[in-house]
Design a protein around this ligand. Structure first.
Ligand code: HEC
Length: 468
């Protein structure tokens, strides 16, 4: 078997293996370091972790189903908490910790030690301990101010509001896709961007939001990024040889995300006549709520325009739409290849699949033949369109001619809990019951000289970029 094959079944992160062992034994672990360890209590050990990694979402008025603030709130959920944290489903951070880039701007995951602490707490009967050990309560979210304003960036230069949506008390999830004009009279460069629900109440229903830039009038930013396939009568059939989709996404947002401040010297270009195309995942919570998601934009002052423009590219994980062919009760694997026509820095990884999506890997095949895994998500969950944003210093650069190889796995069996019907054949399509397979990656194109300078600075041998 190809040694690079990483079947989704083998999501063998250290923590996962630990979780599996613990789940099997159902006993307090007897690892060497914990034999001597002091008993774990909620007040002393667990509450600080929940404050740091859970309460942003698990507080009244936020998106999670229950609060994890007090001992009384948390105790009834102990078993479920152990289950979710050992499987690394909660917090929603599903990237493999053993391979590829490991430094992220928005990492919300638990450390192995934190998981170990929570598991030992649950296994010990979830004791409170001494209430005097409780850390001071973390302030709840009580205003809807921009995070960037709180961090000193000043008020946004531009606020763009989506058309409001009224979510009834009870309803299935909605993906709300309005389009809004961007009111700029001349080209302007964006330095930072943030999305928020328009009210505190809206935070209950807005699960996440994505905003794409629509610039049909910009030849450099072809939305679909692909030429039509010659002779193929199907609408939208695309040419495999031209998969350089350049769709300038402005931002993806979920609770806890904050804002995107682009790497110095880099920005998104707004052109007159552009529009924002929204994709907002809204969830009913038992009361009728109206919200209009809005975007704040901080612009570069005129005369200080950045040298580099970044593009959102949909690197396909299939050869063409017809090749996404998922029979009933099977696990399928597809892959796609895209050549970088210019040297580039990859800034993030956001796997995009639907309900059957199970795993996705991005691999770089360098012109000298070496390969390396850039990122791998073995535990994909459609509910959470997590965007893994690399730290500036960890974002890998690749030379012109590098092939970005994306592999996607879909699980159309009963083992996939999100699967609405394993007896259906599934193919490519827009509906959530259809499938897709691409990696959204923000690409900053650089010159060959800049690429050389990057390699010198990072002292990376070809093929060892992502291992940091
Ligand atoms: C980014 C927001 C967010 C963060 C951070 C987060 N959660 Fe959640 N959590 C949710 C949402 C939303 C759900 C319900 C949907 C789902 O299960 O995916 C949930 C579900 C859960 C459940 C399942 C509840 C049930 O119905 O059985 C548990 C347990 C849980 N979270 C524990 C945690 C713990 C422990 C942490 C921190 C270590 C945490 N979560 C961090 C948003 C979050």
């Amino acid at each position: 078997m190809d040694p690079r094959f990483r079947a989704w079944r083998g999501v063998g992160t250290g923590a996962l293996a630990l979780g599996a062992v613990l789940a099997l034994s159902g006993l307090p672990i007897v690892a060497a370091d914990s034999v001597t360890a002091k008993p774990v209590t909620f007040a002393k050990d667990v509450a600080p972790i929940f404050q740091q990694k859970c309460q942003e979402c698990h507080q009244p008025g936020s998106i999670a189903p229950m609060s994890l603030i007090t001992y009384e709130d948390s105790r009834p959920w102990a078993r479920s908490i152990k289950d979710r944290v050992t499987k690394r489903q909660m917090p929603p951070w599903h990237i493999d910790k053993t391979i590829g880039v490991q430094q992220f701007k928005n990492d919300m995951s638990l450390t192995d030690e934190q998981i170990d602490t929570i598991v030992r707490w649950v296994d010990a009967g979830a004791p409170l301990g001494n209430p005097n050990d409780m850390p001071p309560a973390k302030p709840l979210v009580s205003d809807n101010e921009w995070q960037a304003v709180k961090d000193g960036l000043g008020q946004p230069d531009l606020i763009i509001k989506a058309k409001p949506y009224t979510m009834p008390a009870r309803h299935q999830d909605v993906w709300w896709r309005p389009v809004t004009d961007i009111p700029v009279a001349e080209a302007r460069w964006v330095k930072a961007v943030e999305i928020r629900p328009s009210s505190l109440l809206g935070r209950k229903i807005v699960h996440h939001a994505v905003a794409y830039l629509v610039q049909d009038n910009d030849p450099d930013s072809i939305n679909r990024g692909t030429t039509e396939r010659v002779g193929d009568p199907r609408p939208g059939a695309f040419n495999n040889d031209d998969l350089t989709g350049r769709r300038a996404q402005l931002m993806e947002w979920a609770i806890g995300k904050g804002y995107d401040l682009y790497r110095p010297g880099t920005g998104k270009l707004l052109l007159p006549g552009s529009q924002l195309s929204w994709d907002v995942h809204i969830h009913a919570v038992g009361e009728e709520i109206e919200d209009a998601v809005e975007m704040g934009l901080w612009l570069y002052p005129k005369g200080q325009e950045p040298q580099h423009r970044s593009y959102l590219v949909a690197f396909q994980g299939m050869k063409d739409r017809a090749s996404l062919d998922i029979p009933p009760n099977t696990i399928s694997e597809t892959d796609g290849f895209t050549v970088l026509k210019q040297a580039a820095i990859l800034e993030n990884f956001q796997p995009h699949m639907h309900l059957r999506g199970k795993a996705m890997e991005v691999e770089a095949i360098l012109p000298d033949g070496t390969t390396e895994v850039v990122s791998y998500v073995g535990n994909f969950n459609f509910n959470w369109m997590t965007n893994y944003i690399y730290k500036d210093e960890a974002a890998p650069a690749y030379p012109k001619g590098t092939i970005i190889h994306v592999r996607a796995w879909h699980d159309n069996t009963t083992a996939n809990k999100s699967n609405p019907d394993p007896n259906q054949w599934v193919g490519w399509g827009d509906r959530t019951v259809d499938e897709m397979a691409h990696a959204w990656i923000n690409v900053t194109y650089i010159s060959d000289e800049e690429y050389k300078a990057w390699v010198d600075e990072h002292k990376k041998a070809p093929g060892a970029r992502a291992q940091q």
